[in-house]
Design a protein around this ligand. Structure first.
Ligand code: PGA
Length: 252
């Protein structure tokens, strides 16, 4: 499957900084063979439009970091799926562990957003992953399965097939301690063969499952060459164009 390398910029980079990073990325990836991987950047909302303008002649894709599940109306501070579409987004990250932790997002709430995103033809990147305590008490498979089933509940097969999953163990995010390739591969295989295949059968083979959590240029080749790891969701290292492009170029 063609890999996806996605940069999650989180609440970093103002417009000037974002423009600079995109200029560097587009120059560096000028000769890149985009048949090898899809490349996606997910800036904060204020940078979506300027980044969209800069990416018009590029194959780099644009995504958002969040979205609200209502169509429009009196929801101060929120952004709708149609607004994201209008600014050129093709992806939206949903259910990131930081949204779950700091903003109280539940699987049920994330489920509403996923189905709304689908209705706008935005590809949701559904983030799941266990905490350190859940892994240490050997509950990581159960936790991830429950997050997936609840977040995908009620979606039809086609919608599930159009969803990208990101396995991001919470203990690996921003800590510098990535999951080992065998830990990640084991969970990705579980997600594909034990959870998603229960919903879409053989179609699970075509679902992209990204790994995220301290993914950097030193470990990317090893992680991204695992059979069930279809790409990466990259935070810190996506802010440095040298690191991000090295990760991209580590895909053979
Ligand atoms: P990190 O973040 O690469 O900085 O660990 C990944 C993410 O949260 O998506």
């Amino acid at each position: 499957m063609k890999k996806l390398i996605a940069g999650n910029w989180k609440m970093n980079l103002d417009i000037g900084e974002a423009v600079k990073l995109i200029d560097q990325l587009t120059a560096e990836l000028n000769d890149y063979d985009f048949e090898k991987a899809d490349i996606l950047v997910c800036p904060n909302f204020t940078c979506l439009y300027p980044v969209h303008e800069l990416l018009k002649d590029s194959q780099i894709l644009l995504g958002a970091q969040n979205m609200y599940h209502e169509t429009e109306g009196a929801y101060t501070g929120e952004t709708s799926g149609s607004m994201l579409k209008a600014v050129g987004c093709s992806y939206v990250i949903l259910g990131h562990s930081e949204r779950r932790k700091y903003f109280g997002e539940t699987d049920e709430f994330i489920n509403l957003k996923i189905s709304k995103a689908q209705s706008y033809d935005l590809i949701p990147i559904l983030c799941v992953g266990e905490s350190l305590e859940e892994r240490e008490s050997d509950r990581h498979f159960e936790v991830v399965k429950s997050q997936l089933l609840k977040s995908l509940s009620g979606l039809d097969k086609d919608e599930v097939l159009k969803t990208t999953v990101a396995y991001e163990p919470v203990w690996a995010i921003g800590t510098g301690k990535n999951a080992t390739s065998s830990e990640a591969q084991e969970m990705h295989k579980f997600i594909r063969d034990e959870v998603i295949s229960g919903i879409v059968g053989d179609g699970s083979k075509s679902i992209r499952i990204l790994y995220g959590g301290s993914l950097n240029e030193n470990v990317s080749e090893e992680l991204l060459s695992q059979p069930d790891i279809d790409g990466g969701l990259i935070g810190g290292a996506s802010l440095k164009f040298g690191s991000f492009t090295k990760i991209i170029r580590s895909i053979k």
